[in-house]
Ligand binder design. Structure first.
Ligand code: F6R
Length: 606
């Protein structure tokens, strides 16, 4: 999704901004641009290009412009309004080319604003909603940029992280936020503004999050926001953002899955009490005790974690549990009251649909709990309480280790809510002790990576796949499907195995393989019946089965083994080979696994 970088300070080298912008490449984008003020020429220069940051660099070199000046603003665009063209890339400017802005979010009323501005004589050069804001600012500009921005934004409906510079009010960056993140990082040299903390961590760990409806004015040696704000510390190291010797971030992040479980549970397991300590829920402990109904709400991969969480909560807490996609929840009319809790799961904590669902829940008086990875994210600030998954920075666009962190966190939440209700001490102890063993079991799965790579080569030439599972592993079939689709661009569908004979079976033949997740659990026998139905129709089968199950080799084509654990925790182990399978197939097909086409890491628009 779009990325924003701005800088004002002692450094006059605009290339520094390009280096910072590169740190946002992982979010996914389709064009990039830069604008800088040259104090010598008293002009703002701007270059922008559809394609990668490398294409922008080439354009800069060809332009022979001196990349010297300050302030400067840079942007990576992920197209929403208007195609992927040089003209639609950011920054955008006003009629006189004196005001330049970059923007994340969507201006919902841009059509009516544009029509009005056109009638007033403004000339547009792009199809974007962002350009409308430049012209609005131009309309109100009388020498003071923040005043003009403030007036312009009064007319705007929608969401924005907006950063603006003006030739006639130089030495200043004005930034404004509404539902699209912006953070300020300050060091000895100057002030950086960005849409994502990972952009600034090589320069400073001291950041301030702008809140909705705030406008910040950044000058050479100081900045001013409408209200007093405290610094927060970013706990990611720059090294975490590096590939650590792996060819891709995706593989590095899959290899970190055991550590992700370790980090999620560290200091939280209470083996003697058969319970967990979740500090972030302390303030709402009593309210959670009185909770009667739980909604688990998320998007994409996080929504599959929510589905697995539904099975966990229903089995162990007796809480009535419902899962919803955030994008649908906001348009439903679910029955919600004060005894309802909404549990929102999001890696980034910035997903627009999930944030909208949180606001909807709050409005209806329900308790809101966030499960997120990013400290200080919008979700963590907007929910009443929460649990950080502590998965570390996830750079690859396709989510892998963060999903594992979400599942481990949901397992802990199950113990917490279960022990508040009827879960016995013995059962609490059992889950906690299995959770503690899980990192080592996950390492065992990863130790088969070269075997899994070999198996992936047998399946890489198929064009269509089924992934099937039952109960806890039905959501994992969906996760395996999404990961394969988004990284390999192959067609795959996830199915609850019991549904197969209700239609899906019609597609099975020798060219349509099935990945069957069938650990030795309470639904194993049923899964075997489904596997037989596929075999009878000559469909190739790759099974994910429990170690020691030699019988399964007689009926399937290939097997990847996972160690035995509690049924509710098998989704964590079963996911790991599916992540590796998707990775190896995608790499063999020559795809850019870390930045799959058409996708963005943090989906900050509806
Ligand atoms: C898939 C993927 C997406 C995200 C979804 C929600 O691999 O990464 O489906 O899971 O966009 O993102 P978060 O968790 O940041 O809310």
């Amino acid at each position: 999704m779009c990325g924003i970088v701005g800088y004002i300070g002692k450094n006059q080298d605009v290339r520094m901004g390009l280096d910072v912008l590169r740190r946002l490449e992982y979010r996914g984008y389709d064009s990039a641009g830069v604008a800088w003020y040259s104090p010598e020429k008293k002009e703002i220069f701007c270059l922008k290009k559809a394609g990668r940051i490398d294409d922008l660099e080439k354009l800069i070199t060809e332009s022979n412009l001196e990349l010297k000046g300050n302030p400067f603003i840079l942007h990576t665009r992920w197209a929403t309004h208007g195609g992927v063209t040089d003209e639609n890339a950011h920054p955008h400017w006003d009629c006189k080319k004196e005001i330049f802005s970059i923007h994340n979010g969507i201006i919902e009323n841009y059509r009516e604003l544009k029509e009005k501005l056109l009638k007033e004589g403004h000339k547009f050069t792009s199809e974007t909603d962002t350009e409308v804001v430049c012209h609005l600012i131009e309309k109100y500009f009388q020498g003071n940029l923040e005043e003009a921005v403030r007036k312009a934004l009064k007319e705007v409906r929608g969401t924005y992280g907006l950063v603006v510079i003006a030739k006639k009010d130089p030495g200043k960056i004005v930034a404004a936020r509404l539902s699209s993140p912006l953070i300020l990082g300050v060091n000895q040299e100057g002030i950086l503004i960005a849409s994502d903390p990972s952009a600034v961590i090589t320069h400073t760990r001291q950041v301030i999050n702008l809140d909705d409806n705030e406008i910040a004015v950044l000058k050479m040696d100081n900045f001013h926001i409408l209200k007093e704000k405290a610094f927060v510390q970013i706990d990611w190291t720059p090294e975490e953002a590096q590939k650590g010797g792996y060819p891709h971030f995706m593989l590095k992040e899959i290899m970190e899955e055991p550590e992700t479980i370790e980090n999620a549970v560290r200091g939280r397991l209470l083996p003697d009490e058969g319970n967990v300590k979740l500090g972030g829920l302390a303030l709402v402990e009593n309210r959670l005790r009185g909770t009667k109904k739980v909604f688990l709400i998320a998007c994409g991969t996080a929504s599959y974690a929510a589905r697995a969480g539904e099975y966990m909560l229903e089995e162990y807490t007796n809480l009535s549990t419902e899962v919803d996609l955030a994008s649908e929840f906001r348009y439903r009319k679910p029955i919600i009251d004060k005894s309802t809790a909404g549990i929102f799961i999001s890696q980034s904590g910035e997903t627009a649909d999930t944030l909208a669902a949180i606001r909807e829940m709050k409005e209806k008086g329900a308790l809101t709990i966030g499960i997120t990875n990013v400290v200080g994210s919008s979700q963590s600030r907007e929910t009443a309480a929460g649990i950080y998954t502590r998965s570390g920075q996830e750079v690859a666009v396709a989510s892998t280790k963060a999903f594992i962190g979400q599942l481990a966190t949901l397992a802990m939440l199950t113990v917490y809510l279960g022990r508040q209700r009827e879960m016995s001490l013995v059962m609490g102890k059992r889950i906690v002790s299995e959770l503690a063993k899980l990192p080592d079991l996950a390492r065992k799965v990863l130790s088969q990576s070269s075997e899994i790579e070999k198996i992936s080569q047998k399946y890489k030439d198929f064009k269509n796949f089924w992934f099937m599972g039952r109960k806890y592993n039905y959501p994992i079939a969906l996760e395996g499907t999404l990961k394969l689709k988004e990284t390999s661009y192959l067609h795959a569908e996830g199915v609850a195995a019991g549904e197969l004979k209700h239609g899906a079976l019609a597609l099975i033949d020798e060219n349509f393989p099935t990945v069957a997740i069938c650990p030795s659990d309470s639904v194993y026998e049923k899964m075997i019946s489904n596997i037989q139905e596929i075999k009878a129709r000559k469909g190739p089968i790759l099974a994910i089965a429990t170690e020691g199950n030699e019988d399964i080799k007689k009926i399937v084509d290939d097997v990847i083994y996972i160690p035995k654990t509690l049924e509710m925790l098998t989704p964590i182990l079963a996911t790991i080979p599916l992540h590796l399978l998707a990775y190896y197939i995608a790499v063999t097909l020559g795809n850019d696994v870390d930045k799959p086409r058409n996708l963005a890491k943090s989906v900050t628009v509806e």
